[in-house]
Design a protein around this ligand. Structure first.
Ligand code: GUN
Length: 297
């Protein structure tokens, strides 16, 4: 079976940056409508410590929150913040009706129990979709907040293949709580046939060869070569790996882009593919959270 792919502007390369911009514009116009009704959606971002990558992510999140016209709150703490103090901050944000979304940037310092922190966030303010209430809700197919990266991947797939993904065989490479597992649940919700493969999987290459859709989220630079990909498959690359190549630092995905590009019917580049979608869907989730907290809308 050959997949019918909607025309991409740039050949078979999926432009995540352009799609993310479209999503941000959608959110911006909905935010404007909410503000007219007297509700200003608000996202609170909490950063503990000074991890350089986390600082960049948080700055980006604040910028995009402001771009879509939402209120942005940022709380930065030293790396030696106690777990109790962090939980108290979350309690305060949970109790504040003007705050609709709470995001605690990961990773947290080692002395803090990540699960305890994520579980403390009120599930209707959990814009990361990491609370077990939301994880369970997703697995039951309920209208809950779902993790931003895999939700953004579904949007890219629908923009590429059309809204009906039913019956397609999707192979998810990786089983992390942030991407692999929720990705599988979201694809199942779209009635895909889903296979999850991981580091212990036997015949991983053969399983990937059967996929109409491959979502790579393992964190292994250029692991997915053309040998893994069926002619005409759609390939979504969630990987962001920093490597040294010819003496230079380069950002590459989990897919060997140049090798797979000629055989995939559509493929996301790194950077400029999935990356920008994550933050766009964080904005969408904050809007969703605000709606869940204002049932009158
Ligand atoms: N750090 C890396 N990815 C994520 C994410 O999706 N959410 C949060 N909160 N922290 C992260």
């Amino acid at each position: 079976m050959s997949l019918s792919v909607l025309q991409q502007e740039d050949g078979n390369i999926i432009d995540g940056k352009a799609t993310a911009q479209k999503v941000l514009e959608e959110v911006k116009s909905e935010v404007a409508k909410m503000k007219q009704q007297g509700i200003e959606p608000c996202l609170a971002v909490v950063l503990v410590g000074a991890d350089p990558a986390s600082q960049v992510y948080v700055r980006n999140k604040v910028e995009k929150t402001q771009f879509v016209g939402m209120r942005s709150l940022e709380f930065r703490f030293e790396a030696d913040l106690t777990q109790d103090a962090l939980l108290a901050k979350i309690d305060e944000l949970n109790a504040d009706a003007s705050v609709h979304g709470i995001l605690v940037q990961l990773p947290l310092p080692k002395h803090i129990d990540e699960t305890a922190v994520l579980q403390r966030i009120n599930p209707i303010k959990d814009v990361d979709g990491f609370h077990s209430e939301n994880v369970g809700g997703l697995s039951q197919g309920r209208d809950v907040l779902t993790p931003c990266t895999p939700t953004g991947c579904i949007r890219l797939l629908k923009d590429t293949l059309g809204n009906d993904l039913s019956g397609l065989h999707a192979v998810v490479v990786g089983r992390s709580n942030i991407v692999g597992k929720p990705m599988a649940a979201l694809l199942l919700k779209e009635s895909c046939t889903v296979t999850v493969v991981h580091s212990k999987t036997r015949h991983l290459e053969k399983l990937c060869q059967q996929a109409d859709i491959i979502v790579a989220a393992v964190g292994r630079p250029k692991m997915i070569t053309s040998a893994y990909v069926k002619d005409g498959a759609v390939v979504i690359d969630v990987g962001i790996n920093r490597i040294q190549e010819n003496g230079k630092n380069r950002l590459v995905g989990d897919v060997d882009f140049d090798d797979v590009l000629p055989i995939a019917s559509a493929i996301t580049p790194v950077p400029g593919g999935v990356g920008p979608m994550t933050i766009a869907y964080l904005m969408k989730n904050t809007l969703h959270a605000a709606k869940l907290q204002h049932v009158e809308l």
